[in-house]
Write a protein that binds this ligand. Structure first.
Ligand code: SF4
Length: 641
């Protein structure tokens, strides 16, 4: 048994017949670490490729990593994976959540939980150490997420950790979320899969504790991480609201970032953080003429109904634009568009979508379907609001940061953990460019970081696709290892730092933390190779589900047709990037060249050891990555080159 860092078992639950089983973590941990890796392997082994998102045969796999349970590394996070209804095409997807729930699962003695089947009536899962029960959840069905958390804690005690879904996921909204402690939410559409299984909540508690193989080294590493990260981390805390919000650190993180909370009028604390804090800001600013606390209500309502804010932000702003252009007809009145920005508007809109009332039923299928329903003009303006084929929000635009084009193209959803790497470093550099107080990350540092983390200084030159295929591969491989350990992408990888060793971080720290916890020897290259294995496994799952390789590795058309506008990227209104010889260049007006993008894909497939024409893996690379059974499976379906 994995003695250090792991609980040792994975719980498998079949909700159709109530049968419970244990899987040995050992069988998976060696080659797939934990988190995304173990979830992907279980998915490959157990789920028939034809299983659709809402079919009982689909699995929902909740998976922690070896770092959960060891404070100080921003590593108490956990993943949920399965086939999602949000994708186009519908595909394997994932979400990464914080809060206590993942560590609590380990304390109960499980590294993960694989749920399949479908219950005959609403149920919740109760896990307390070795006691596992499927319980009636009729009294919880239809209730908003935060209410469910309160009810279960009042019934079972404050010490339990609750993961639940809101009405949106019960009603199979394509972008339904999961919600847990501290308001952490899981996006990507997997909430609906939980709803389809009639699984309203999973309550966990336990008293087992985890052991590290080398506590002294772990302590030393924790001190080093704090030295490198703590004083510099806050990038641009534009979502702070002085006197209203206050810093809040996720359970077990030990580091903190720009995460904030605020106290609502009902006395409960809610998160105020990152993209989700923006979900209703624009309409509120227009309606009130200044910032108003109603902006926070938008995020709160999305979470309590279980709606993905990264999709809702596009929906809200696109609806407003359509209304302005007179494209909505009677729908404008139905939604109360003239009151957009008010509390009444957002209350009605979130409710309509969550309960699929009226036009809310069309919106529940996602913004792309809704735009098709409204008509060509409404479709034509989508590029102002979304970045992905799932309808997720725009932020890390490939016309500004070319590396992100490949990251968006090869994933079934917005791969935020990857997108942060080439964009957050840029935010640090922009601070220096503006001459902000305490800014330290120079153009030279940027180029050095690109050499160290992305395979060459040219990757820091955002005016060209040159070097971006290698950068994208390196970012993905590292990210898949990180998503399996699991470490928070607000801290990892430590690309920049301001410490005695300079301004550029250390890409070897993740492997050192892993070794100190598990006692297993690992270096940077070994960890990245495992990440590469997991990425290839995910690719194989997606291909088996119908992803067509090169044909489906696409980004939205507007990126090739519509010039980048000033102010379109929130953190870089003037569209400034670093050029080849340290010159500063504005990318205002830039569009991507389709030919260059396709060439970059070819280079990327070559670097991955895939067939350049089709984008399908080769038997050679899968065998090198010790994925022989995957090669065999793909070969049998004609999906191997
Ligand atoms: S770095 Fe921020 S988001 Fe990540 S675990 Fe820590 S507090 Fe949470």
């Amino acid at each position: 048994m994995a003695e250090y860092g792991y609980a040792g078992r994975i719980l498998k639950v079949d909700l159709s017949d109530g049968v419970l089983k244990h899987l040995d973590t050992d069988v998976y941990a060696d080659k797939f670490l934990g988190g995304r890796g173990i979830a992907a392997k279980i998915y490959w082994d157990m789920v028939p490729p034809q299983a659709r998102a809402f079919d009982p045969e689909n699995f929902l796999i909740f998976s922690t990593g070896p770092v959960a349970g060891f404070p100080g590394f921003a590593g108490y996070r956990w993943q949920v994976c399965g086939r999602s209804p949000a994708g186009n095409p519908e595909a394997f997807s994932y979400a990464n959540l914080g809060g206590r729930w993942g560590a609590a699962l380990k304390y109960a003695g499980y590294d993960g939980l694989a749920a399949t089947g479908k219950a005959g009536k609403p149920v919740y899962l109760f896990i307390n150490n070795d006691r596992v029960e499927i319980r009636d959840a009729s009294h919880l069905w239809g209730r908003p997420a935060f209410e469910v958390i309160d009810i279960l804690k009042s019934e079972l005690g404050k010490a339990v950790s609750v993961l639940t879904i809101g009405p949106a996921a019960e009603n199979l909204v394509s972008f339904g979320t999961l919600i847990t402690d501290e308001g952490s939410s899981g996006a990507g559409g997997l909430g609906g899969v939980m709803g389809a299984k009639m699984l309203k909540a999973i309550v966990v508690s336990g008293d087992k504790r985890l052991k590290a193989a080398d506590p002294e080294s772990l302590h030393r590493l924790s001190r080093r991480v704090r030295e490198m990260r703590k004083p510099n981390f806050r990038v641009d805390v534009y979502w702070d609201v002085p006197g209203v919000t206050k810093p809040a650190v996720c359970h077990g993180c030990g580091l903190g970032c720009a995460r904030q909370t605020y106290r609502a009028e009902n006395g409960r604390s809610f998160k105020h953080f990152c993209q989700s804090a923006f979900v209703y800001i624009e309409p509120v600013m227009r309606y009130f003429g200044r910032w108003n606390e109603v902006a926070m209500l938008g995020n709160r309502l999305c979470d309590t109904y279980g709606l993905d804010t990264s999709v809702m932000i596009g929906i809200i702003n696109w609806l407003y634009a359509c209304h302005g252009e007179g494209l909505l007809g009677e729908i404008s009145e139905e939604l109360g568009m003239s009151e957009a920005g008010s509390s009444e508007f957002i209350e009605a809109l979130t409710r309509k979508i969550a309960f699929r009332e009226g036009f809310g039923d069309i919106l529940a299928r996602g913004i792309l379907e809704a735009a098709q329903y409204i008509g060509k003009e409404a479709e034509g303006i989508l590029g102002n609001f979304i970045a992905t084929r799932v309808g997720e929000t725009k932020d890390y635009d490939p016309r500004l940061i070319p590396t992100t084009a490949l990251l968006y193209a090869t994933e079934s959803r917005r791969p935020i953990q990857q997108l942060h790497e080439p964009s957050m470093i840029m935010m640090m550099w922009l601070k220096w460019l503006r001459g902000d107080d305490g800014a330290f990350f120079t153009s030279q540092d940027f180029r050095e970081a690109a050499e160290r983390f992305w395979g060459g200084a040219v990757a820091a030159d955002y005016t060209t696709f040159e070097g971006k295929a290698l950068a994208a591969k390196m970012i993905q491989d590292r990210s898949y290892a990180k998503e399996s350990l699991i470490l928070c992408d607000f801290t990892w990888p430590m690309v920049w730092a301001d410490y005695s060793g300079g301004h550029v971080g250390d890409p070897a720290m993740e492997s050192q933390i892993f070794s100190a916890i598990t006692g297993r020897e690992m270096d940077k290259a070994g960890l990245n190779r495992i990440g590469e294995r997991i990425f290839n496994l995910q690719r194989a799952i997606m291909l088996r589900q119908g992803w067509r390789g090169r044909e489906d590795d696409v980004i939205l058309d507007y990126l090739f047709n519509e010039p980048l506008k000033a102010g379109e990227v929130y953190f870089d209104p003037e569209c400034l990037v670093l050029g080849r010889d340290n010159e500063v260049v504005s990318r205002k007006g830039n569009v991507l060249d389709r030919g260059e993008f396709e060439e970059s894909k070819s280079e990327y497939y070559g670097l991955r050891g895939w067939d350049v024409e089709s984008g399908f893996p080769t038997g050679r690379i899968l065998k090198e990555l010790e994925l022989d059974e995957v090669a065999e499976g793909l070969g049998g379906q004609g999906l191997l080159r």
